[in-house]
Design a protein around this ligand. Structure first.
Ligand code: 13P
Length: 293
């Protein structure tokens, strides 16, 4: 059931669990995530970066695919289709294309400009029934080719942006996208406490969900992180499962391979199953299993 993400995250925040945001890259990933969420009766957020949307053919293609899969697979749990790290124009395009949720990432802009653009997009998204996430303090690491260091967001800036009416807020607490470097000092949980206090209990979003130790994830959820974004972990297990399958000779195109393991439906199956297992593991950790209404 496609919905915006405001209610599911409010509930997660109130009941101290987090909803997983899993980035999608193709039909197989989308199907794997939707079927797992349905099986586990968990709400879920499908995250789409602008780069991934372009790869799949555009925002309209993604929206049409997700809507049709949701309907044809008979998905009953709440599912939000969410633009991840959207630009100003990207947010507007996704509102038109039929997404149910958007993130405007104005964190690289001067604060006043981030503020003005966020306000405009909050009004636009809410007029059309979408939920909206904003960002304060750049989330480090590399995503879509853009590299930045992990920052700790300023609580006062978080308060000002939260007051614009955003539904949930990405606030950096030292988290970064991708693989954490050796010597990473961990999440700044003291900063999280200050940010949550300053923002009056708005659901917060933890980006860079790959590679954070489980105990820190649990502490972050306790501190108000109600949406946790995971991308690299799914990429890694998908790639490894495909590599292992090929290394076992199953995709060998010789005439002797009567099983025809190179058939894409067979070739992509181990990756599909690996994503299902990874999503299940994360939903267990985040505490969202059985939380769908
Ligand atoms: P990871 O790639 O580190 O899991 O982060 C994903 C993310 O935050 C997407 O916005």
């Amino acid at each position: 059931m496609l919905v915006n993400a405001a209610r599911m995250l409010r509930k997660a925040h109130d009941e101290h669990y987090a909803v997983g945001h899993f980035n999608i890259n193709n039909l197989e990933w989308t199907k794997a995530i939707l079927l797992t969420a349905e099986e586990l009766k968990s709400p879920v957020i499908l995250g789409v970066s602008e780069g991934a949307a372009k790869y799949m053919g555009g925002f309209k293609v993604v929206a049409a695919m997700v809507k049709a899969l949701d309907e044809c697979l008979g998905i009953t749990v709440p599912v939000a289709l969410h633009l991840d790290h959207g630009t100003y124009n990207g947010v507007k395009a996704c509102i038109e294309a039929g997404f149910t949720s958007v993130m405007f990432d104005g964190s690289s802009l001067p604060f006043e400009e981030n503020l003005a653009k966020t306000q405009e997009l909050v009004n636009l998204a809410h007029d059309k029934g979408l939920s909206i996430e904003a960002e304060v303090g750049a989330i480090g690491g590399t995503e879509d080719g853009v590299t930045a260091d992990g920052e700790v967001a300023d609580p006062e800036e978080c308060r000002i942006i939260a007051n614009l009416g955003v539904d949930f807020l990405a606030a950096g607490i030292g988290n970064i996208h991708g693989i954490y470097p050796e010597g990473w000092t961990g999440l700044h949980l003291d900063a999280l406490e200050n940010i949550q206090k300053a923002t009056g209990g708005i659901p917060l979003v933890l980006h860079g969900g790959t590679g954070i130790p489980d105990d820190q994830i649990r502490a972050a959820i306790k501190g108000g992180m109600s949406k946790i974004n995971v991308n690299t972990d799914c990429q890694l297990v998908f790639a490894q499962a495909t590599i292992d399958y090929c290394a076992a000779g199953k995709a060998d195109p010789s005439a002797a391979n009567t099983a025809k393991g190179y058939d894409p439906r067979k070739l992509l199956k181990p990756g599909f199953q690996a994503i299902q297992a990874k999503v299940k593991e994360k939903m267990e950790l985040f505490g969202s299993i059985g939380k769908a209404e």
